[in-house]
Design a protein. Structure first.
Length: 169
């Protein structure tokens, strides 16, 4: 694991890179389509508002980062402000690793750096039907030192398993 850690870089998506994010987000939608049930539109793209996606690059409180391995684009993650009831949290809202880089410790290292590297309480939403993501998060939660791991239910989001995570102090 340590050898690959030196090869992973997390870089904010810069203004002007929104079109690249939009293209990779299409791959993310494709990956999720088996459990999200989403179909492509007549133009062959998934129904994603590119302007809304670009807001993660520009809007206050939102973040969008590239995940790079050996200087190559390997995926992205995005965060945004949210609430769990009355509790303000950061949502680790979208997380995508290209298939070439999966099962190499990249995703776990991203979670370690981002979620454990802050004092925020985080909310992670995973499609209940996404067996691979469910397995990844079970493994991550079992091996990373979170001070608190708590299930959270939102009746408006029944398709998601929501988890609140508080990093260890």
């Amino acid at each position: 694991m340590h050898a690959i850690n030196k090869l992973i870089a997390l870089r904010p998506i810069a203004p002007g890179e929104e079109a690249v994010l939009a293209r990779l987000f299409q791959l993310y939608c494709y990956d999720n389509s088996a459990w999200s049930g989403e179909d492509v539109l007549a133009d062959g793209r998934y129904d994603v508002c590119d302007a809304g996606l670009a807001s993660y690059v520009h809007a206050a409180g939102h973040t969008a980062h590239w995940i790079e391995v050996d200087g190559e684009l390997a995926g992205f993650y995005m965060t945004e402000p949210a609430t769990a009831g009355a509790l303000p949290v950061r949502e680790f809202s979208d997380f995508f690793i290209l298939k070439k880089y999966r099962r190499r410790g990249v995703a776990l290292e991203v979670v370690r750096r981002v979620l454990l590297g802050s004092a925020h309480t985080w909310m992670v939403a995973v499609f209940r039907a996404d067996a691979a993501a469910q397995a990844f998060w079970r493994q991550a939660l079992a091996c990373l030192p979170f001070a608190r791991i708590e299930a959270y239910e939102d009746p408006d989001l029944p398709q998601f398993q929501l988890t609140l995570l508080k990093p260890a102090a």
